[in-house]
Write a protein that binds this ligand. Structure first.
Ligand code: ATP
Ligand code: MG
Length: 446
């Protein structure tokens, strides 16, 4: 405040200090106050500094604060080893085997605290045959910790006590210019870790930052390297992308860079069918809106939506081959899930909910007798109904069906009775009884 006043009166500019390779940017220049840091993260940096260690808020949180966004979480980087951090905070635990981090606990909040790490140089690095780094878990100093990070905007350290930002790679200038730039040689960095290509797309879509030309250039040539990344990491990154609140932009960007083959193999087929594309885009838009409204989003719902048109075409094929509708739907679901499993491992724990959402869809068409009431009492009714609305909006089914269910859910008993359509099931049963079919055979066709 005083410095600002001083600056205004005497026209003196407040200067960035340079120490070695580091630019230290004062509060008067960057304007990020310590009040923006969560109380728990503050307690971690204060506690470590009081014990004689260096401690900074680092990475995404500093970037987000500079962009006036609300950080998702606050990560801390320190020169204390994990054991030393544990000694300062009794309520903490060391996690991870390969690279050990400390989770410091304050009530509800957990603060991830990591010791400065260094990037292992290529001569001594352990890589797979494509150059992917298999090990990056050596301790280092702050400068080395900055160099191993991906983008210049992600490599800033903020000290809440002095309110200064430590910048080794001109990240501050890049953020001011709204540019996402890879630290070092982009091609080398993508080879070390191909997931960085997906991070480039996700972060630029989410933050509205442009990808610097040299950072974007190698992606087209290197995208096949994504095929060597372990499935679990791809899935992790895919969930981050889909749940970023900017899924629609991310997927559009992935497609424009032709990266979606590696990331979302399922999209290849779906996006080729006009209705499939519309449905997937609407599902993503709907998810983004829910995240903006701070509503819950279920990954199972999203995966079910992404795969729906695949299920629809497999279902049709089975029916064309003479299978009864429900049996054909079961066969189609299993086929699609198995195929997907071979490409990107959607955890099996989502299978049951995804199948439920799909199996409930044909039942929305049955609006006579007791069936709508039985459907209403299904545990996943609400999600299945949201799914139906997406189908209506995409033009796959008549929007009248969605409107009917919208009214039926909240209608009085009298109104519901009026709304019910003639019970097709009863007619079918009568017909079958006349023709001598058994009850068992009848049920299996439902
Ligand atoms: P988000 O807002 O999505 O959390 P983030 O940048 O904080 O974005 P994290 O995955 O939380 O992303 O990673 C924290 C920090 O770790 C990053 O800011 C970056 O400095 C570093 N980092 C993460 N992934 C990589 C990677 N693949 N290569 C190099 N550095 C990485
Ligand atoms: Mg983060």
């Amino acid at each position: 405040m005083i410095k600002k006043l001083f600056k205004r009166i005497f026209g003196k500019s407040v200067r960035t200090r340079i120490e070695g390779k580091c630019h230290i940017i004062p509060f008067d220049v960057h304007g990020v106050s310590r009040d923006g840091i969560s109380p728990a993260a503050r307690r971690v940096t204060d506690g470590l500094q009081a014990a004689g260690y260096a401690a900074f808020v680092v990475g995404g949180a500093v970037r987000d604060l500079l962009l006036s966004r609300h950080p998702k979480d606050f990560d801390i980087a320190t020169d204390a080893t994990p054991e030393e951090v544990r000694r300062v905070f009794r309520r903490s635990r060391i996690i991870g085997r390969r690279f050990r981090l400390v989770h410091v606990l304050f009530g509800e909040e957990t603060v991830e605290t990591s010791t400065f790490r260094r990037k292992i140089e290529s001569e001594e690095a352990e890589t797979d045959e494509h150059g992917r780094l298999l090990r990056d878990n050596e301790f280092g100093d702050q400068e080395q910790d900055a160099a191993r990070r991906d983008f210049t905007a992600n490599a800033l350290f903020y000290d809440p006590s002095s309110q200064e930002i430590y910048d080794y790679h001109n990240g501050y200038a890049d953020i001011c210019a709204n540019t996402l730039r890879m630290i070092g040689d982009p091609a080398v960095r993508y080879r070390e870790d191909p997931v960085r290509m997906l991070r480039a797309v996700r972060l630029s879509a989410k933050l509205g930052m442009k990808l610097e030309a040299a950072t974007a250039a190698p992606i087209a040539k290197m995208k096949d390297l994504l095929g060597n990344v372990p499935q679990a990491r791809l899935l992790d990154e895919m969930l981050k992308l889909l749940l970023s609140g900017h899924a629609l932009e991310c997927v559009k960007k992935l497609r424009s860079m032709d990266l979606h083959h590696g990331m979302l193999p399922m999209l290849d087929v779906i996006l080729k069918q006009p209705l499939g594309e519309k449905f997937v885009m609407l599902a993503l838009q709907n998810t983004d809106q829910r995240i903006r409204d701070e509503k819950s989003v279920s990954p199972a719902f999203l995966f079910a939506a992404l795969l729906w048109h695949d299920v629809l075409s497999a279902w049709k094929m089975h029916q064309d081959a003479g299978e009864r509708p429900v049996a054909a739907l079961h066969a189609a679901m299993d086929e699609v899930l198995d195929r997907q499993q071979a490409q990107i491992a959607i955890p099996r724990r989502y299978d049951a909910i995804m199948k439920d959402l799909w199996l409930l869809q044909p039942r929305f068409g049955q609006r006579g007798g007791q069936r709508p009431f039985r459907l209403l009492s299904q545990p996943h009714f609400r999600a299945a109904y949201d799914f139906l609305l997406l189908r209506c909006e995409s033009g796959e089914v008549d929007s009248q069906l969605g409107l009917w269910w919208d009214e039926f859910q909240d209608a009085t008993d009298e109104r519901r009775a009026e709304m019910l359509l003639p019970d097709e099931g009863v007619k079918k049963r009568r017909r079958r009884k006349k023709s001598g079919m058994t009850v068992q055979a009848e049920l299996s066709t439902e």
